[in-house]
Design a protein around this ligand. Structure first.
Ligand SMILES: [Zn+2]
Length: 287
């Protein structure tokens, strides 16, 4: 039996995927899973870390180009953009945004979705808006009465789809403590206000993905976002040191919704319960 697996990640800005789940996206693409990324904005509200690399006039185009670079680095499909304005997601029409995500879900038809949790990693308003949109879209994509896509002659254009599992990217407190030990900031400054990273206790984390083997792709994906991260940072100046950190080699999630039964204990695979065969094993090897 051939197994076609699809993963859909939904985030707010170019670079959210890089720090959050670049290793996970790379790992599943390398396995043969079709991996899609939806990004709500083109990141035009962020600063320009490298003068001359972009202007405020062309920043959306530069950020889009950088995200396309990252997707190529992860080996995933080109990104989908919702085209909303960076920093304004909380004032967008939620029903319209959910409807657009529902249609993308019905078109892409993933078994697994990844998005932000209610914490938005560090409380970023755009992240929290995307968390709400993606969670509602997960629920409504399966409902034929919601956002029906019907042609003028009454044919369903895109049929409802039940995504099996929904995950929230969640950082455990141990990872934040490690950043603190390395002298890294444990908060993000927005408009002069510190927004601390939200750390979950270990027992709240349901799923740990080992991305050690993908560390090189992950760091190159981060470096694609050069206009945001600049050139003077550990990702550029000391990549080997960054890649050796335990917090860089693990990406942690909370399973928020599932239509399949999940075995006890910490999951190590987003597709647990959805595979006909174990990953990487051919039919001949399993017989
Ligand atoms: Zn973001």
């Amino acid at each position: 039996m051939s197994e076609e697996l699809t993963l859909l990640a939904v985030f707010a800005h170019p670079d959210d995927e890089a720090f959050g789940c670049g290793g996970t996206l790379t790992k599943y693409a390398a396995e043969g899973v079709t991996v899609h990324l939806v990004t709500a904005t083109r990141g035009e509200a962020g600063g320009i870390a490298v003068p001359g690399l972009a202007s405020f006039a062309n920043l959306p185009d530069v950020r889009e180009h950088e995200l396309r670079c990252a997707c190529e680095t992860y080996g995933i499909e080109p990104p989908h953009f919702l085209g909303y304005v960076d920093g304004h997601l909380t004032v967008m029409h939620q029903g319209q945004a959910v409807g657009r995500l529902v249609r993308l879900i019905r078109d892409i038809r993933p078994q697994v979705m990844i998005t932000f949790g209610p914490d938005g990693i560090y409380g970023h308003y755009d992240h929290i808006a995307v968390h709400r949109w993606a969670t509602i879209a997960y629920d409504l994509a399966a409902d034929p009465d919601c956002f029906p896509d019907v042609s003028p002659d009454g044919e369903l254009v895109c049929s409802p789809h039940q995504v099996a599992k929904l995950y929230y990217r969640a950082i455990n407190q141990e990872q934040i403590d490690e950043w603190d030990d390395y002298g890294m900031s444990t908060a993000v400054m927005m408009d002069g206000v510190p927004f601390p990273f939200v750390g979950y206790p270990d027992d709240a984390i349901t799923t740990v993905i080992d991305v050690q083997a993908m560390a090189q792709n992950k760091i190159e994906g981060i470096r694609c976002h050069r206009s945001q991260i600049g050139d003077e940072n550990p990702y550029v100046e000391a990549p080997e040191a960054v890649m050796s950190r335990p917090s860089f080699q693990q990406e942690t999630y909370i399973l928020a919704r599932s239509t399949v039964e999940i075995p006890e204990g910490v999951e190590t695979d987003l597709f647990t319960g959805l595979r006909a065969t174990a990953p990487h094993l051919s039919r001949a090897e399993t017989e």
